[in-house]
Design a protein around this ligand. Sequence first.
Ligand SMILES: NC(=O)c1ccc[n+]([C@@H]2O[C@H](COP(=O)([O-])OP(=O)(O)OC[C@H]3O[C@@H](n4cnc5c(N)ncnc54)[C@H](O)[C@@H]3O)[C@@H](O)[C@H]2O)c1
Length: 669
Amino acid sequence: MKFEKVAVVGAGEMGHGIAEVFALAGLPVSLIDVKQDILDRAKSRIADSLKHMASRGRIKPEQVDQVLSRISTYTSIEEGARGADLAIEAVPERIDVKSQVLKGLEATLSPDAVIGTNTSSILISELSQFLSRKNRFLGTHFFNPPVVMKLVEVVKGPETSDATVDAVVELMKSIGKVPVRVKDSVGFIVNRIEGPELLYFCLLVDRGLAKPSEVDAFFRSQGLPMGPYELMDYVGLDVVQELLKYYAAKLSKDYGKCRTIGDLVSKGYLGMKVGRGFYEWEGGKAKIDLSRQTDKVGLLDVMLLEVNEAVKLLEEGVASPDDIETAVKLGLNRPFGPITVAKTLTSSEAREKLEAMSKDFDCEVFAPARSIRDGRLREAIEGRLQPAQPKPESTQPQAPQPAPISGGTAYGDYKNLRVAKVGDRVLRIALNRPKLNLMNVELLEELGAVLDKVKGDPEVFVVLITGEGGTFSAGADLSAYVADVVQFSEFSRVGERTFRKIVELPKITVAEIKGYALGGGLELALSCDIRLATPDATLGFPEVTLGILPGWGGTQRLPRLIGMSRAMELILTGRRISGKEAHEIGLVASLLGQDPDGEALKYAESLATNSAPIAARFAKMLVNKASEVPEDVGLEMESTAFGILFGTQDMKEGVSALLQKRKPNFRGK
Ligand SMILES: NC(=O)c1ccc[n+]([C@@H]2O[C@H](COP(=O)([O-])OP(=O)(O)OC[C@H]3O[C@@H](n4cnc5c(N)ncnc54)[C@H](O)[C@@H]3O)[C@@H](O)[C@H]2O)c1
């Protein structure tokens, strides 16, 4: 299939831009509309845009006229579309208008020519009924403005041939666009992913939970150029209302629940175009009081809604994970899309939060997608969903779980930690938060307080750090720290201070890793002297894929442990590794078996018995300094420490025990 001449029908907002894109790529274009003055206006908009590009050095000045000369204008399809290999309709979003144009194209074009529609919401299957060349008809959904936006959703209707899709995808690439392949479905990718968010913001104001200005102030503070309500005003509340009606008819009745927008539209407050919507507008700017921000909205909530909808698209086979990620990034100008966000989540945390949102708002749209409910989020985002779905979690046979460590003597009362002296001279600190032990400031401060207390405790030789609930820690509690920038930096500092306390603790520290050790969780483990892990534990630094970095010592401690090359790879890709692989690359000292808690405790007790505490304290300090000081300085420090140990009772005890072939009884003296 070769595309050497293109026809664009409709020279409005989108059509003139689409014509410009093809002409810029060197193709002759026929631009068709109902009236010549519309076409003249379109051409003059194209000329302005080309001149702007030339002034910015993006094209050469002589190209302005060359590109313009490739665009011919027509007021009739019969004349304009004749001889085109590809025709794209960009006429208003009304079936009656589109059907008439499609029939005109069908009659004019050669049977081999391909027809594309720029529809944003009508199904390809609904439009293909007006054509007999159903195999050569597809969606070519450009984003506004087409010259700037790289994304094109290439939508395959039920009867579109693979060859047609392949050829159009290649064409889009050749003209500098980034095409994504989409199966015919309501909203395609980008508009569909935005649906639940739109509903969420509508319901938020309906229920008086937050004021539009407070929500917009929050989103502006997060670096967004516009908040959601300002954006709705900008797009037009009548357009938003139409979209909600369409989704209510096609996706869920929940979309029909929004009241405020309907009220505003009925009063004629349609947004920017009439000077009033959620806000009053003057000179193209909304008058918003940004002095107060809401604390009722979290970025994570909004991202979760996107993740949930993305998973539904994957379940429906609408697009691949990569194409969903690309579409959201390019279509919504985001640094990352829902698939990246989903990589930082577990099914259970996503499910828990979505169930709560669904309940709070009485909205089925927010309820977790089937794969999230079934604990298969990872499979979904890795494109590994099988058609046959597993039984719900509750009916799955559960592997026998070893009993949690109990007993010991409580070592203070903490909200986010369980701390007890267990076994012989071992202090066990277990992170204990409901959601995979995500760390917040409160937890870090409690951990710091425990470390301060145990520092001078002569009865404790080894500190074992682990997590309750089958997991170590899935990282920092993002929902807490994205709330504001000041908190964010303070959170970072508290983490650094606390983890430094672990590194400098004059006791042996051991991390017992099971479940997840991600981001801050892995940094906590890295600040311990020894790491033990179950083979199926998941370790990784997803930070860079979220636009942040491993900030609690991850970038410094990981290369020292496993070398620059491997550390770079893990940090820059965000790749997760198993406990088994972590052991193979030396990140983990030893693997745990079926009863990780019991085995880790045994390991810690054995250290507490066999390693003399003062010797261990100096040895730990020297090993930590090894990569920081020149070798001769390190050796000097080693000799000095060696000298100090000579006078200790523990050294005498260690040597005597060896000679008497018995276990030593070190006292830390
Ligand atoms: N505007 C956007 O941001 C946007 C983004 C993506 C997709 N879309 C879709 O693109 C399509 C066009 O939207 P738009 O915003 O460019 O609309 P528009 O109203 O700006 O332009 C439509 C043009 O089609 C012309 N037209 C109407 N009937 C015609 C006919 N029978 N023959 C030839 N021309 C005719 C009109 O005169 C007008 O110039 C719609 O399907 C819309 O959903 C719009």
